[in-house]
Write a protein that binds this ligand. Structure first.
Ligand code: ATP
Ligand code: MG
Length: 416
C-alpha cells in the first residue's frame, strides 16, 4: 500500500487509514500497518480525509493513524480538525508523532485522539495501541462532581496570605507537607474556619490530586494556557473542594512544560486566589523556573523542605547563592527538615546542628519520619488528620498551621 492513492476498492474491508502529509515519510508505519492489517487499510491525504469520513465506505473504519512530524506543527489546526471529525463519527484516532511538541500533542489528545505513539515506532508499539483501542470501553467513570457553590468574596481589598512550599530535592516530602498544612489551616478554627486554597504548580509531576484523591480538571489547563482571559468564574471552575473545606487547584492532567506559564500568569492566579481565600498554599516544582521568583516575592513564608543528606545540603547552598546573586528575598525561606532524627538519636541531632551551622541557616521546623503509614495515607488520598490524627508528623504540621494562623489573626486585629 503506498502513496496518497485514494482508498482502493479492495475485497478486504478497509478498517483503518493512515492520514498524513506524505505517508512515504513514515515507512515504518507502512510496514507495521501491513503487519497488523494486511490489505485492510488505506492511506489518505489530509485534504481527502474529511470528505472520505462522510462516505459510506468510511462506515467500516475502526481507526485512523494520523502521522505528523515537527514540520506539520504549523498545520496543527488541520490535523486537529481531522481528529475531531473522526472522533465525532466514532472513529478512533492514533497519533504517530515524530518530534512533535508536547503542547501540540496535548491539543490533539484534547480533540479526541485516543493513543499517541512516537515515531520511529518502537517495536510492537502500534500493535499495542491497536489492542488498547479494541478493548471494550471501561465502566463509565464516577459521575462528575456536582457544581460547586459559588465562592463568596470576603470583601474588597482582602488579601490572603501566601505560603510557598518548595522541596529543595526530589521526594523530600514537600507535597505531603503542603497538603497537610493546607488541610490543617482549613480546619484550624471550627467556629470560624478560614478559607484555604491549595495550588499545585508542580505542573509535571504534581501529586496533590493523588494525595487528596481528586480528579484533574480540563479547566485547569484551559486557565493556565490563557490566564489573560481568566476571570473569577473560570478560576472557580478550575477549583475542586476536598471534604467541602479545602479548595484545590490541581496540576493539569497532561504533563506540561514548566515554561507553559510565565511570571505574569502566576501573578494573576495568585491575585485571584488572594481575593477569595485567607490562606493559599502553593506546592512548587523542585526545579527553579522563571516564575519561582514570582511566588517567592508574593509569599509571606516560603517553606523549603529538606532532608538530612548531602543532596539537600548542596541544593540549599546553591539556592541561597542564586537567590543572593539575583537579589531575591532569600530570608523568606523557612527550612523544614523532614524525616528528622528522633529526640533520642543524639548523633542524628548533632548532625542536624552541624548541617545548619555549615549552611549558615536556621532549621526552624523538624518533621519526624512517620514510616510507611504516611505513604499509605497519601496513596489513599487522605490528609494525615483523617486516619493518622495522632501521628507525631501530623502534630508538628498542625503546630505550624496554628502559629501561622495566630500570626495572621494578630495582624488582622492590629490592622483594625
Ligand atoms: N515525614 C515522613 N514520614 C514518612 N513518609 C513520608 C514523610 N514525608 C513524606 N513521606 C513520603 O515520602 C514520599 C514522597 O513525599 P512527597 O511526594 O511529599 O515528596 P515531594 O518532595 O513532594 O516529592 P516530589 O519531588 O516528587 O515532588 C511519599 O510517599 C510520602 O508519603
Ligand atoms: Mg511533590
Amino acid at each position: 500500500m503506498s502513496g496518497n492513492a485514494a482508498i482502493q476498492q479492495d475485497p478486504a474491508p478497509i478498517v483503518a487509514c493512515t492520514i498524513s502529509r506524505d505517508v512515504q515519510e513514515f515507512d515504518l508505519l507502512i510496514e507495521d500497518m501491513e503487519t497488523e492489517l494486511g490489505e485492510g487499510w488505506g492511506d489518505l491525504s489530509l485534504e481527502d480525509a474529511l470528505a472520505f469520513f462522510g462516505q459510506p465506505d468510511a462506515e467500516a473504519l475502526e481507526f485512523i493513524a494520523v502521522a505528523m512530524d515537527d514540520d506539520d506543527e504549523a498545520e496543527l489546526a488541520r490535523f486537529a480538525e481531522v481528529i475531531r471529525a473522526a472522533s465525532a463519527r466514532g472513529i478512533k484516532a492514533i497519533v504517530i508523532a515524530e518530534e512533535v511538541s508536547p503542547i501540540a500533542l496535548h491539543q490533539l489528545l484534547k480533540m479526541g485522539a485516543e493513543e499517541f505513539v512516537p515515531y520511529p515506532l518502537p517495536e510492537g508499539a502500534l500493535h499495542d495501541a491497536i489492542e488498547r483501542l479494541r478493548r471494550p470501553e471501561p465502566e463509565p467513570a464516577a459521575p462528575p462532581q456536582p457544581a460547586q457553590p459559588a465562592l463568596q468574596k470576603p470583601g474588597v481589598g482582602h488579601r490572603g496570605a501566601v505560603f510557598g512550599v518548595h522541596g529543595l530535592a526530589g521526594g523530600v516530602g514537600a507535597t505531603t507537607f503542603a497538603v497537610n498544612l493546607a488541610w490543617e489551616l482549613a480546619n484550624i478554627d471550627k467556629n470560624k474556619p478560614p478559607r484555604a486554597c491549595l495550588i499545585d504548580l508542580d505542573l509535571q509531576t504534581g501529586s496533590v490530586s493523588t494525595y487528596l484523591d481528586l480528579p484533574r480538571r480540563d479547566a485547569v489547563y484551559e486557565l493556565l494556557s490563557d490566564t489573560e482571559s481568566a476571570d473569577e468564574e473560570s478560576f472557580q471552575a478550575a477549583l475542586l473542594t476536598f471534604n467541602d473545606q479545602l479548595h484545590v487547584f490541581t496540576a493539569p492532567s497532561e504533563m506540561l512544560p514548566l515554561d507553559l506559564i510565565t511570571g505574569e500568569d502566576v501573578e494573576r492566579i495568585i491575585d485571584m486566589a488572594r481575593a477569595f481565600f485567607d490562606y493559599i498554599v502553593i506546592d512548587m516544582p523542585t526545579t527553579l523556573v522563571t516564575w519561582t521568583e514570582t511566588v517567592l516575592n508574593a509569599a509571606d513564608v516560603y517553606f523549603a523542605p529538606i532532608e538530612l543528606d548531602m543532596r539537600s545540603a548542596q541544593n540549599t547552598l546553591r539556592i541561597i547563592r542564586l537567590l543572593k546573586s539575583e537579589d531575591l528575598p532569600h530570608d523568606k525561606l523557612r527550612y523544614v527538615l523532614n524525616r528528622a532524627p528522633k529526640f533520642t538519636d543524639l548523633s542524628g541531632k548533632s548532625r542536624v546542628k552541624r548541617m545548619a551551622e555549615s549552611l549558615d541557616i536556621e532549621i526552624g521546623v523538624q518533621l519526624p519520619d512517620g514510616g510507611k503509614q504516611v505513604m499509605q495515607a497519601c496513596d489513599h488520598g487522605l490528609p494525615l488528620s483523617e486516619n493518622l490524627a495522632k501521628s507525631p508528623l501530623r502534630k508538628e504540621i498542625m503546630k505550624i498551621a496554628k502559629s501561622l494562623h495566630e500570626i495572621s489573626v494578630t495582624a488582622e486585629a492590629a490592622a483594625k
